[in-house]
Design a protein around this ligand. Structure first.
Ligand code: SF4
Length: 372
């Protein structure tokens, strides 16, 4: 979701997701293992905090933290529906289907407001149609019915100090919750209920002041949700992307290549045939980033120096070409005339600056540094 919302124009990532491939496994097979990932320590800390709120305190700590916003009965009167109670089934797909069905059933009971409705749904699985391909979302978010509305809850292990958390982390939580919010609204609609039952916010539960005591804060979601809907509404559906690809294109190269190196090369050809829209921010959002970055560098693609350069140099296929345009004495009258004029102006300004500062390496350093 982060890869899609941060870089919605990238067909490659959309196709990889639609094919049901795990991007980090594909990157590994291509010989460019992923750079990112949470540290095992951070994951362990997060899991421990969540476990304490739920299982180890019998949900009592969670109920206590939520009390300023949600009036829930204390255990043992608290009715919890743990979707994982479907047990381990024959295969991952059947297990996932069973969890989606159990989440649907629990949400329907909550939405109807019956006496037997759970107060908490733990380990829900929400299904969302993401511009033509179906995805399962597994939030640690929980839903409650309080009076006539449902609340979404997200548990995080970063600290809230004197009522303030790191704004970047809060913003990332809001972006993530906006996706769950969208999926929950879609599920309610699919089940025949009014999606307005769901509050336009998420309740964040996190540790207070580096301690182990949880605290809760409400984060509004209307703006994030509207931005997410705008992004998703503007990208082409997966079917349209597939129409532009060769009909015999397949990621399944293993059956014809027993040699792993040959298989990796064949996979490289397949992945490279699908348009990408690399930007340096991909490193934070997409497990394919190392592969796409290497490709952008070997193609001398303007995107390797950032989104602004890529957009400003639209129609110019490489940085060498941009440099040639900047250095050319004469104006061109082709499609690159406007970009060429801007580059010549910028290059002239840079030369004047270099002449004044005496730094002759300024321009060459900009275009020759390698990837780090
Ligand atoms: S890393 Fe590659 S596949 Fe992923 S979003 Fe960026 S360009 Fe697309």
């Amino acid at each position: 979701m982060a890869a899609l919302t941060e870089n919605p124009g990238c067909s490659r990532r959309r196709i990889v997701d639609a094919a049901g491939l795990k991007a980090h496994e594909l990157a590994d097979r291509l010989g460019h293992p992923t750079l990112r990932g949470q540290s095992p320590f951070a994951i362990e800390t997060g899991n421990r905090f969540e476990d304490r709120l739920k299982k180890r305190s019998g949900y009592a700590l969670l109920v206590e933290a939520l009390a300023p916003f949600v009036d829930l009965p204390a255990p043992p009167d608290l009715n919890v529906e743990d979707v994982n109670s479907v047990g381990r089934l024959a295969d991952a797909q059947t297990w996932m289907e069973a969890r989606v069905a159990k989440t649907d059933e629990a949400l329907a009971r909550i939405a109807r407001g019956g006496a037997d409705a759970p107060h908490v749904v733990d380990h829900p699985v929400l299904r969302l149609d993401l511009t033509g391909s179906s995805v399962n979302l597994e939030p640690d978010a929980l839903a409650f019915r309080v009076g006539d509305r449902l609340e979404l809850v997200e548990i995080k292990s970063y600290a809230v100090i004197d009522g303030q958390a790191d704004p970047a982390k809060v913003s990332a939580t809001a972006a993530q919750s906006a996706v769950y919010h969208m999926a929950l609204r879609a599920t309610l609609e699919r089940l025949g209920f009014d999606p307005e039952l769901l509050a336009w916010s998420v309740i964040l539960v996190a540790p207070r002041n580096f301690g182990r005591t949880p605290t809760a804060h409400r984060i509004p979601l209307r703006k994030k949700s509207a931005a997410l809907a705008r992004v998703l509404g503007s990208v082409p559906r997966v079917g349209e992307l597939l129409d532009d690809l060769p009909h015999d294109l397949s990621f399944d190269v293993g059956s014809t290549n027993t040699d792993s190196r040959a298989a990796s090369e064949a996979l490289n050809v397949v992945v490279s045939a699908i348009d990408a829209l690399y930007v340096p921010e991909c490193v934070q959002n997409c497990d394919m980033a190392k592969f796409c970055r290497s490709e952008a560098w070997s193609n001398d693609d303007p995107s390797r120096v950032g989104r602004t350069a890529r957009d400003s140099l639209a129609g110019v296929s490489s940085l060498s070409e941009a440099l040639a345009l900047a250095r050319s004495a004469n104006a061109t009258d082709g499609s690159d005339a406007e970009v060429g004029g801007a580059l010549r102006d910028a290059f002239g300004a840079l030369e004047r600056a270099r002449a004044r500062s005496g730094d002759q390496s300024l321009l060459s350093r900009t275009v020759t540094d390698g990837p780090r």
